[in-house]
Design a protein around this ligand. Sequence first.
Ligand SMILES: [Zn+2]
Length: 135
Amino acid sequence: MKTNAEKSLKLIIQIEKLNIEYKKLSEKIAEHAYKCWDSKIEVSSPFSTNVSACLTDWLEKKFEIEYSNCPVTGREYEHKRPYYVAPLMTEKDCPHCYAALQVIKERKLLKQKRGRIKAQITKLAKREILKELNQ
Ligand SMILES: [Zn+2]
């Protein structure tokens, strides 16, 4: 049976490894986006400097206007429904930004994993605080 100190150290090391991996994935995402950016600069005119990777647009929250009828007055009203285009995009839309999206998904999973480990550390810390209080 491991002591709480040993468990804590193991968890802290796991978090640090995930932090390193997180940084690597973020760099990978940027690399893919830069490739898109570069390929767009090649085809755009030298006067247009306003170039960005499609990824920026894909990850932007967009709104669709929908119409409904009020159940009380029966009058039609409009409301905005938020959506993202990212899940609809394929490799054909842009291979670079699509590759970046895949890495973003991977990074999301890593973030969840990191969250679970942080929760374990919090649990251990709370247990230790309780011990201190009861002494
Ligand atoms: Zn792109």
